[in-house]
Design a protein around this ligand. Sequence first.
Ligand code: FES
Length: 87
Amino acid sequence: SFEVELHRSRRVVHIPATMTVLDALAAEGIEIPVSCAQGVCGTCLTRVLAGEVAHHDLYLTPAEQAANDCFLPCCSRARSPRLVLDL
Ligand code: FES
């Protein structure tokens, strides 16, 4: 598990191992637009300000994944204890 910090709304949400980031945020009332929920369409693309992403999507190119400045919270997770998002 890891934490997600929502920079603009100044909140921290715990992401359990059994939930996606998208679902854990939705459970806290933070809605991110979602369509495929499988890392294919790019609808849920969210900017990352700090922390290291574990990319599991099929949407971003390898170069975009390596840039570590955005991720797809319907399927991707964190490698670091905390991700800071532009939300
Ligand atoms: Fe399609 Fe996340 S909802 S990539």
